[in-house]
Design a protein around this ligand. Structure first.
Ligand code: SF4
Length: 262
């Protein structure tokens, strides 16, 4: 997950229903920790790391072995079942639930809770999409997300190569809603999607989130052309777009906070 911002207040968990009402949004962390080690080079030359790691290192009582460790929290499993009003729940704001280190049995327990809590909509995000098709058909109330690649100071060429592979894995995911979190938009992704559409009928996701990069209080807007080209492609494919609040509201007057129809 691209977690450059606090899990609290993740705006895209507050799902707007077709009738205009808005569901409250929560995060739920039945697992914790992550080994992906994402870092981003900012345009000013500074380097920023994953926000979840920063938070975990601040609140060490919950992460006594550091962030690069797998924590299984079965006592948290029933939390969504206790929330009776329908909500949007982001699963794993402090983890990658589908990371290669997470035992399949634990993932299946989490999926079972999501299926049981059918009145909620769950959103997952992973940077290990090769694993997602292994779980067969996801419950209808689970939106399965994949984040834009970002390893340790990955180059734009490496990012584009990884994104191409990610799209192949996403194509095999069986879910009503697959989505891509393109935040931060740290390299020009439109050419990768264009190349994909030369051989495939449609993009392999039904919703996209776009956001800027940040390092502490500094926010770095993506190149305007990258964003404009991406929006154009997504619009052509009828993919609803959600802008994260750190995009430049003065520039992007046609502000998007759309959700998939499901
Ligand atoms: S994949 Fe892991 S390291 Fe990367 S941003 Fe997400 S939680 Fe952080």
């Amino acid at each position: 997950m691209n977690r450059q911002h606090a899990p609290k207040g993740i705006e895209w968990t507050r799902i707007r229903n077709p009738d205009g009402t808005v569901r409250p949004g929560y995060t739920w962390n039945p697992t914790g920790g992550c080994f992906h080690g994402c870092t981003w080079q900012m345009p000013d030359g500074s380097t920023t790391e994953c926000y979840a790691k920063t938070i975990a290192e601040r609140f060490t009582s919950g992460y006594p072995n550091g962030f690069e460790h797998h924590y299984w929290r079965p006592h948290n499993l029933s939390a969504p079942l206790k929330v009776k009003d329908p909500a949007g729940i982001f699963v794993g704001s402090m983890a990658d639930l589908f990371g290669h280190w997470v035992p399949e049995e634990q993932i299946r327990q989490v999926l079972n809770v999501m299926e049981e809590a059918s009145w909620h909509t769950f959103q997952t995000l992973s940077k290990f999409p090769i694993r997602l098709p292994n779980f067969g058909r996801f419950p209808d109330n689970v939106w399965v997300g994949v984040s834009l690649p970002a390893g340790h100071l990955m180059s734009a060429t490496g990012g584009a190569r990884a994104l191409k592979a990610y799209l192949r894995h996403m194509q095999k995911i069986e879910a009503d809603v697959r989505f891509m979190s393109i935040e931060p938009l740290w390299f020009d992704v439109a050419p990768v999607f264009e190349a994909w559409l030369e051989t495939e009928e449609k993009l392999p996701f039904e919703w996209a989130i776009i956001g800027a990069a940040s390092n502490g209080r500094s926010v770095f807007q993506p190149e305007t052309k990258w964003t404009a080209d991406l929006i154009e492609l997504l619009d052509e494919g009828d993919v609803p777009i959600f802008f994260k609040g750190n995009l430049d509201k003065n520039y992007w007057r046609n502000w998007r906070e759309d959700f998939p129809a499901a």
